[in-house]
Structures are given as C-alpha cells and as structure tokens.
Design a protein around this ligand. Structure first.
Ligand SMILES: NC(=O)C1=CN([C@@H]2O[C@H](COP(=O)(O)OP(=O)(O)OC[C@H]3O[C@@H](n4cnc5c(N)ncnc54)[C@H](O)[C@@H]3O)[C@@H](O)[C@H]2O)C=CC1
Ligand SMILES: O=C(O)[C@H]1O[C@H](OP(=O)(O)OP(=O)(O)OC[C@H]2O[C@@H](n3ccc(=O)[nH]c3=O)[C@H](O)[C@@H]2O)[C@H](O)[C@@H](O)[C@@H]1O
Length: 454
C-alpha cells in the first residue's frame, strides 16, 4: 500500500501537525515533518513526544520508518508535492488571528508548478485567496492552494483524525484538490470509494474556511446556551442534566455538547469565536450572537466564586482545592483553561488555593502563581474548606468521596463539570453542588435524594 500512497510534507509539529503526520503515515504515506523549533525536532528524533495525547506515542513508534523530522523545509519540498500547513494561528490583541507563522511558511515557498500548500491551520475566510494573490505577485502562481480544515479534538485526536465525520476540501478543482481527496480516500464513506465513515465535502476555498470557523462557533454557542439554561435551572429548581437529556433526544438537537459546566476553554473555541466575530466586524457585519457566547463563557468561569461564597461566606483565609487544571480531560493543554481564571479570582478574593492535575500540573505551574500544587487529589484536598472539580478526569470520577471528606476541614464540594454522583457525595457527608442542579446535603433522617437546597 505504501508504494502507491502520495508522500506528504507537514509544516508545524504541534497537536494538529503531529496527528496529521501520524495519521497519514498510518494510512501508508511517507511523511516529512518540518518545524522551526529545533529542540522539538531533536526530541521527536529521540523518540520523545512533546505533547500528551492518548494513542499518539504508540502510533509514532509504529510508523517510525515512515516519519522524518527535520527543521529543513527543502527535505519536504524534495520528497512531497503536498505540504500540509499546521502552524499556530493564535489570537492577537485585536481578536484577529495572528497569521505571521502562516505568512512565514508562504514566504519560504519557492516558485514551483509541482507543489501545493494544504491549509490545516484555522484561518480567517479570505486567507486562501490572499495567499494566492501573494503567490501571483511573487511569480509563484504555479503553486497550488487547498483549504483542508481540521476538526479533531484534543484527547481523542488520533481517532478523530482516522474516523472523521467529514473531510472538507476547498480548492480550485485542480490536481492538488484531487490529490488531497485521494489521500483521505480510505477514510471516506464507501460510496466515495473508501471504507471509512467520513463524508467528503468538496467545495470552494472560502466556503471550506467558513465551515471550520462556523463549526467551532456553533459548538461554542451550544455550550454557552446550555450554561445559561443551567443558570436558569438553578433559579427555578430544574436539573440541567435531565433537561439536556430530554433536549438531546430530539435528533435535530442531538445529545453532544450539552454538558453544562464552568465554561469552555482550550486553544480553539475562545480564539475561533473571537476571530469569527472580528472577521465579521472587519467585513462590516456586527455578529451580535457571538458577543453573547463570549460574555456568557467569561461569566460562567466566575460563577463558582458565588457558589463558594454562598456556602463559606467570605473567602478570605479559606482554603480551596481545585481538582483538575487542563482545559479538559486527557490533555495537558492549559490554553484558556477555566482553572486559570478561577484560581486567579479565588486568590483575589483572599482564598488560599491548592490544586492537582494528573497530567497538566508541570505545564500549569508557571501560570499559577501563588497556587500550591499537590501530588494527588487527596493531598490537594487535605485541610480544604471546599473542593472544586474543574476538569473531569476519570480518576476524579473514581475518587473515594468518604476519604475526600475525611481529609477536608470543611464539607463543600462544587462539581464544576457535573461529573460526580451527588447522592454519593451527600452520603459521604459532603455539601454537593453541581452546575444547574439542586444542591444536595445529607441531613439526619432525610433520604439524600430528596434533599434540596444547601
Ligand atoms: N489543537 C487543536 O486541537 C486543533 C487546532 N487547530 C488549528 O490548527 C493550527 C495548529 O494548532 P496546534 O497544533 O494546536 O498548534 P501548536 O501551537 O501546538 O503547534 C504549532 C507548531 O508550528 C510550529 N511553527 C510555527 N511557525 C512555523 C514555521 N514557520 N515553520 C514550521 N513550523 C512552524 C511551532 O513551532 C509549533 O510546533 C491552529 O490554526 C489551530 O487553530 C485545528 C483543529 C484542532
Ligand atoms: O478547532 C479546534 O481546535 C477544535 O476545537 C474543539 O476541540 P477541543 O478544543 O480539543 O475540545 P472540546 O472537546 O471541543 O472541548 C472544548 C471546551 O468545551 C468544553 N465543553 C465541551 C463540551 C460540553 O458539552 N461542554 C463543555 O463545557 C470542554 O470542557 C472544553 O473546555 C472542537 O471540538 C474540535 O472539533 C475542533 O477541531
């Protein structure tokens, strides 16, 4: 299989770059991975994987022979026609995407009729057309351009890549778009000639760019929506978990991304929602809805403070333990994690903060000034007046709640992800409060499940 597969170049070996490279290697392509970070390339050449992502290290090891890691772009240009771009596009102070890394890659391309840039990085709509204009101005109009946005999620990145819901290819209908479709062929639905589950969406470049931004903005909107419903549930006695279950059974709504919590984080939702809002604004359209999505998310991260004050009174001198720091489980990514806002707000309110994360503690440490990091959940909770579940790692779901209660000074447990069993917590003597759910507390003589209010 490997002999017939198109070789691939991948520029940028972060999350998306590494997973893309390993995914194509798994499908049988030889892949040249290029990064300007020499230290990262040296680590990859030593067999070290610079990010925590389940399944990735095993797949890199398995496909070692097909993967080349280098800082030299000419190796990729020599061996591959298709150069997948997976460099970062972080937000700028204006909210626009910072395209400097993309521009650096474009500038490094030679005049060629044999190559194509395939954009995996998330970029504003219009970027592809702008790059094509740059190529034309530089006498490189033979260089082809394809938009091929990536939809993987951190924590399940490898399986998302290898079993995509859809593959979006935006191009000018030339050889490059055809070649990208052929690379993905094994992942496409059978009537597209392959075996995988993915639908192919082949379209123009601007529409492909917009599919990516609109998808992230829609998912973020769904989360902010359910978070607002949760907040109303708290005022009215409804339980948002039951509400989400009831809503999600409607096929038009669907059950996913209806988990209320303490706000969305990560490297993409906050950045891409803001970038789309900014893109709309730059084009003269005021995207009202996205302003609310962003604002609701900011407020949601802070609502935990109010819950803690309701139970503890002033937070001055109180000890609060945070379980989980990463923006979601199964990743060590701290970008825009709710824990960063929460720990800063708690300290500003006078609380002492301890924290534990199974994987992200080391990366988080420099970002969490004043926070005491513990080696495990129970040590973090020792002597705490309240514990807040911030990231729903499986090991926190499996915690012995009686043991947790026994080491705490107080009895308040705020479940920021609705991941724990409230009845079990109350039975263990904890005052349990989730997001958008009735608070539970074990009072003598009353069955826990019928107790409301705290
Ligand atoms: N992280 C995620 O889950 C997803 C990210 N995306 C998008 O993919 C893009 C990449 O995201 P991540 O992988 O998270 O970024 P990252 O920040 O983890 O990695 C980017 C890599 O590009 C390298 N780089 C920067 N400039 C370069 C250059 N001129 N030449 C070669 N390498 C260069 C950096 O050294 C770094 O290793 C972003 O646009 C992001 O929005 C899309 C879907 C999922
Ligand atoms: O463009 C990107 O980078 C990626 O962004 C998200 O993926 P990711 O950020 O890895 O993680 P998600 O699982 O989407 O979670 C994002 C945030 O939303 C929160 N979330 C998610 C789902 C939910 O129901 N409730 C909720 O609060 C999570 O806790 C997390 O903080 C998208 O899901 C991917 O499709 C997309 O490719």
């Amino acid at each position: 299989m490997s002999a017939e597969r198109e070789p691939v170049g991948v520029i940028g070996t972060g999350y998306v770059g590494l997973v893309t490279a390993v995914g194509f290697a798994e499908l049988g392509s030889d892949v040249v991975c290029v990064d300007i970070d020499a230290e990262k390339i040296a680590r990859l050449n030593r067999g070290e994987i610079p990010i925590y992502e389940p399944g990735l290290a095993e797949l890199v090891e398995k496909n070692r022979e097909r993967l080349t890691f280098t800082t030299d772009i000419s190796v990729a240009l020599d061996r591959a026609r298709l150069l997948f771009v997976a460099v970062g596009t972080p937000p700028t102070y204006s909210g626009d995407a910072d395209l400097s890394a993309v521009h650096a890659v474009v500038g490094a391309m030679p005049a060629s009729d044999r190559h194509a840039l395939v954009m995996k990085s998330t970029v504003p709509v219009g970027t592809g057309e702008a790059i094509k204009r740059v190529f034309a101005e530089q006498g490189k109009s033979g260089f082809r351009y394809v938009s091929c946005p990536e939809f993987l999620k951190e924590g399940t990145a490898v399986s998302d890549f290898l079993a995509p819901d859809r593959v979006v290819v935006g191009d000018d209908g030339d050889w490059a778009g055809d070649a990208v479709v052929e690379l993905y062929r094994p992942l496409l639905v059978p009537d597209e000639g392959g075996n995988g589950p993915g639908q192919l969406v082949r379209t123009d470049i601007a529409s492909a760019e917009m599919v990516k931004l609109a998808s992230n903005a829609f998912l973020a909107t769904k989360i902010s929506f359910i978070n607002e419903i949760a907040n109303v549930c708290e005022e009215t006695g409804a339980d948002v978990v039951e509400v989400a279950r009831g809503m999600g059974l409607d096929e038009r709504i669907g059950p996913k991304f209806l988990n209320a919590g303490i706000g969305f984080g990560g490297s993409c939702f906050p950045k891409d929602v803001t970038a789309l809002k900014q893109l709309a604004g730059n084009s003269g359209y005021h995207f009202q809805l996205l302003n609310s999505v962003i604002e609701v998310n900011e407020l949601q991260k802070r609502r935990v403070i109010g819950k803690l004050e309701k139970h503890l009174g002033t937070l001055i001198g109180k000890r609060i333990a945070l379980l989980g720091l990463a923006f979601k489980p199964n990743t060590d990514d701290m970008r825009e994690a709710s824990s960063l806002v929460l720990s800063a707000r708690l300290q500003a309110a006078g609380a002492e903060v301890t924290a534990f994360d199974p994987i992200a503690s080391e990366i988080a440490a420099p970002m969490l000034r004043g926070v005491t990091l513990a080696d495990d959940a129970i040590t973090a909770a020792r002597g705490a007046d309240a514990v807040v579940l911030v990231t729903e790692w499986q090991e926190f779901r499996d915690l012995d709640l009686a043991e947790l209660r026994s080491v705490m000074a107080g009895d308040v447990l705020i479940d920021g992800r609705n991941a724990l069993d409230g009845d079990a917590a109350a039975s263990a003597g904890l005052r349990y409060e989730g997001i958008g759910r009735r608070a539970l507390t074990a009072e003598p003589g009353r069955p826990v499940s019928t107790v409301a209010g705290a």
